[in-house]
Write a protein that binds this ligand. Sequence first.
Ligand SMILES: *[C@@H]1O[C@H](CO)[C@@H](O)[C@H](O)[C@H]1NC(C)=O
Ligand SMILES: *[C@@H]1O[C@H](CO)[C@@H](O)[C@H](O)[C@H]1NC(C)=O
Ligand SMILES: *[C@@H]1O[C@H](CO)[C@@H](O)[C@H](O)[C@H]1NC(C)=O
Ligand SMILES: *[C@@H]1O[C@H](CO)[C@@H](O)[C@H](O)[C@H]1NC(C)=O
Ligand SMILES: *[C@@H]1O[C@H](CO)[C@@H](O)[C@H](O)[C@H]1NC(C)=O
Ligand SMILES: *[C@@H]1O[C@H](CO)[C@@H](O)[C@H](O)[C@H]1NC(C)=O
Ligand SMILES: [Cu+2]
Length: 667
Amino acid sequence: MSPTIGKTFIFFLLSILYLFSTVVSHQHHHPLDPLTPSEFNLVRTIIENSHSGSNHSLTFQYVGLEDPDKQTILSWVSNPNTTIAPPRRAFVITRLDKNTNEIIVDLSTNSVISDQIYNGHGFPILTSDEQTAAIELPLTYPPFVESVKKRGLNLSDVVCSTFTVGWFGEAETSRVLKILAFYIDGTTNMYVRPVEGITVVVDLDEMKITEYHDRFRVPVPKAEGTEYRASHQKPPFGPKLRGLATMQPDGPGFEIDGHTIRWANWAFHLGFDVRAGPIISLASIYDLDQRKFRRVMYRGHISELFVPYMDPTEEWYYKTFFDLGEFGFGQSAVSLEPLTDCPAHAVFMDGYYAGQDGKPTKISNVFCIFEKHAGNIMWRHTETGIPGEVIREVRPDVSLVVRMVATIGNYDYIIDWEFKPSGSIKVGVGLSGILEVKGVTYTHTDQIKQDLYGTLLAENTIGVYHDHFVTYHLDLDIDGTSNSFVQNNLETKRVIGNVSPRKSYWTVVSKTAKTEADAKIKLGLKPAELVVMNPNKKTKVGNHIGYRLIPGSADGPLLSDGDYPQIRGAFTKYNVWVTPYNKSEKWAGGLYIDRSRGDDTLAIWSLRNREIVNKDIVLWYTMGFHHVPCQEDFPVMPTLSEPDQNSTQKVHKNKHRDHPVNVSNSK
Ligand SMILES: *[C@@H]1O[C@H](CO)[C@@H](O)[C@H](O)[C@H]1NC(C)=O
Ligand SMILES: *[C@@H]1O[C@H](CO)[C@@H](O)[C@H](O)[C@H]1NC(C)=O
Ligand SMILES: *[C@@H]1O[C@H](CO)[C@@H](O)[C@H](O)[C@H]1NC(C)=O
Ligand SMILES: *[C@@H]1O[C@H](CO)[C@@H](O)[C@H](O)[C@H]1NC(C)=O
Ligand SMILES: *[C@@H]1O[C@H](CO)[C@@H](O)[C@H](O)[C@H]1NC(C)=O
Ligand SMILES: *[C@@H]1O[C@H](CO)[C@@H](O)[C@H](O)[C@H]1NC(C)=O
Ligand SMILES: [Cu+2]
């Protein structure tokens, strides 16, 4: 039976060790549990008290668990009954008087452990509250009101949205963002109806408009044919599921104990963070022979999502978003709908984050957890070769899925962590939602004589070319902390001499990466297996124990290295990087990425070229997609899922439609 199940990792062979005994339930907290609502309130009180006198303008930009050191966690996990639980601490980033402060708060002693001003480049995550405040500003700003009137539009049908502005070599940067307007009369599909030509710049620290331009007018794309709500579609509109549902009369096959989830041979901890969204920790797999859990992944999460658009004109050039570090995947998470976002038997979990005022904000049903069975076969064999017998063995393909959806403006990202009984972990991203489009005067491709940086999707509507680079931080600890990164290269060999009718064959030549420089890899250039393995452990027959990365879409950046967005997004230059573990290296684009200058990225850290042989190492993996919008992406996009599809296939082209669309539009 082939062990090749699952797309992103294959579990090789199990051998010995690591006791990861019963994961604790009698303790109040697992030390990796996200902060609770009362802990958020406590953090707020402690910090406000420490700033008494000047707290009127204090804003909480980030509040999250300050995770204990790995060694502390590992010794607690291996002996939770006798080890004292590590102290609960919060890491907080505030803005006060135009300064960014980094604060560590201890929740057992109610004290501030450290509080320092950050003096480097870049700014923290934007809060929802400040973005909500910013989009109100244009609606009462006389020049904007005048611009709307001049276009013959109704102000009450104008809605605004926020856009980060990037960094393009400016010596001085402040916390500003741009506001763009959209028109909603007659549709809810606002993002396909941009009001072009207007630029509004808002300074977030002042919370006022600091720059305003109205450079040109083009028609707002029309509302007809943009509606996506099923209730507004002409029948027959389907397919209808006719009561189809998966049933689990005996309840789900998994167990949730606080934030620890156990299913089949898996156990892991699921955390929620306002920046990362889901964080999977301490994933380990039960070894039936050894009767113990063995460690696979200490910590895995999405580290950054870089989305640069390819239109260099005045109104569009700056659109080079870093969705995690600017908007927050957790902050952008939406409540999942039972029966549509997740199947009937899913179990839901809520998530909490601190609002700008430090008070806890709840996202109900932020995660769903379910056993997935799509009717597929995991493994089968019918044996008819034995006289007098027919032996049939079939195993259904069932896996455990943890799902979250982050809706960042127009785009919806469906994040799945899928655990398979084979030992593989599959990370999946579904790209859905609505394209970010540009309004133009053109109504037919015959009129177009110049590069429009995109595809004409409908009258007056260009879908602008762009990329999505999803970078994962995967701190694998295969059967222990000391691991190596090995490339098994498939190399063609000539047959020398007259020993065989064959002239050639291929074989595997393994190479262990010595330093970080050896492990920077652009995928797809040569056939190789990429394995994180434990050089200190072997199977009974002597093979090493490891996990292989089975990549999905491997597109790399096409921007020039010296282009500002690419300097900031330099961590996308290679699909794979390996670094030695360092607790502070979590965010591939840097801790402060809004207006960053690329001086705190994975690409910079790796220049130290540290040793990575038989060390605690972290694997960074970037899935990339070049998105050339096609007419079928309008008025909504078919969901593109990775890594479910052929990596060389062009995004969205010729994909089946699984969204309501106006078919007469797509001829
Ligand atoms: C400022 O902090 C003090 C505690 O020192 C608190 O009593 C007060 O309510 C805070 N003011 C605001 C506006 O949050
Ligand atoms: C820890 O204590 C609990 C309850 O007292 C017990 O059931 C469990 O077996 C203990 N675990 C270990 C690893 O000693
Ligand atoms: C603006 O709204 C009013 C009232 O709803 C409506 O009568 C008018 O036609 C609208 N004008 C435009 C240009 O859409
Ligand atoms: C579909 O699109 C066509 C062409 O844009 C338009 O005439 C028609 O009204 C649309 N139908 C619906 C149901 O939106
Ligand atoms: C960990 O990484 C940070 C950021 O790259 C660096 O400043 C620090 O020196 C590193 N610590 C160690 C022990 O290497
Ligand atoms: C993916 O599709 C391309 C073209 O459609 C084909 O050449 C390639 O072999 C496929 N790759 C895989 C892994 O199926
Ligand atoms: Cu896209």
